[in-house]
Write a protein that binds this ligand. Structure first.
Ligand SMILES: [Zn+2]
Length: 253
């Protein structure tokens, strides 16, 4: 246990996946934390004037712990991005404690990296790129429910990029593996940092080429092509999946 004085910086204070937020008549914000904060773990700096701290302590006075995903709805965009980056750094550091080369305990190096004090090897946050794709067939779009979804919504085919493949190959492979469909005209839509815990989501659109939807690999439990006037329950914002679906619904693709 040690004590750190973080002055009057904005603080991303993380405890078991939740962040401490301050609330008054002007709304929800990251807390300014004058004085002393009790903390056990490393401190990172997701941006100038902002610290990120992992702690086991109660929320500082005047704040309360809120789920990181929930904070997207409460905070402005700039503060949500700081909170997400801070939480991602802290989650990464919590599972990156020892040098994989020599086994020494790592210590913080720059604002966003760790270093081994024995052999000098540097460690930077790991990202896991993953794709989501909206496949259209005429006026309908492919929406699916995956086994690991916690609620009954339907979203886009998704999956992690594998070693040695391009993003487009990943998109085509995931659609083929999960539905047996073949697609064409794969186009980039946009990307999103997804700090749950360390993904970079890359969004695509594509057109159905051939095949019938069959759930081949057990990852999906239901789904198919839906028209705009008969949509199932959809994922909630701020997911990239929802942003692509909304763009399709609004005819903006
Ligand atoms: Zn080392």
């Amino acid at each position: 246990m040690r004590f750190e004085n973080i002055g009057d910086k904005r603080a991303v204070i993380l405890r078991r996946g939740q962040i401490a937020l301050f609330h008054d008549e002007r709304g929800w914000r990251l807390p300014q934390c004058p004085g002393v904060i009790e903390t056990e773990d490393e401190i990172f700096h997701p941006a100038e004037g902002t610290v990120a701290i992992s702690t086991q302590c109660d929320a500082p006075e005047g704040t309360e712990y809120v789920g990181l995903r929930e904070s997207w709805r409460l905070l402005g965009r700039e503060e949500y991005l700081l909170a997400a980056k801070g939480a991602e750094l802290l989650n990464w550091a919590s599972v990156t404690r020892f040098c994989s080369g020599c086994g020494s305990r790592l210590r913080r190096n720059t604002e966003i990296s760790l270093v081994c004090p024995s052999c000098g090897r540097e460690y930077f946050p790991q990202l896991s790129p993953a794709v989501v794709v909206l496949v259209t067939k005429g006026e309908e779009a492919l929406l699916v429910h995956a086994t690991n979804f916690k609620r009954p919504f339907h979203a886009l085919v998704a999956g992690f990029v594998e070693t040695g493949e391009t993003l487009e190959e990943c998109v085509a492979r995931e659609v083929r593996e999960e539905t047996t469909l073949e697609i064409e005209d794969i186009r980039y839509f946009g990307s999103q940092s997804w700090p749950f815990p360390h993904q970079l989501m890359l969004g695509f659109t594509a057109r159905w080429k051939e095949g019938e939807v069959r759930f081949a690999d057990g990852e999906l439990t239901s789904g198919g092509f839906f028209s705009r006037d008969a949509l199932p329950e959809l994922p909630t914002p701020p997911s990239l999946s929802r942003a692509i679906i909304d763009a399709w619904i609004e005819g903006k693709l």
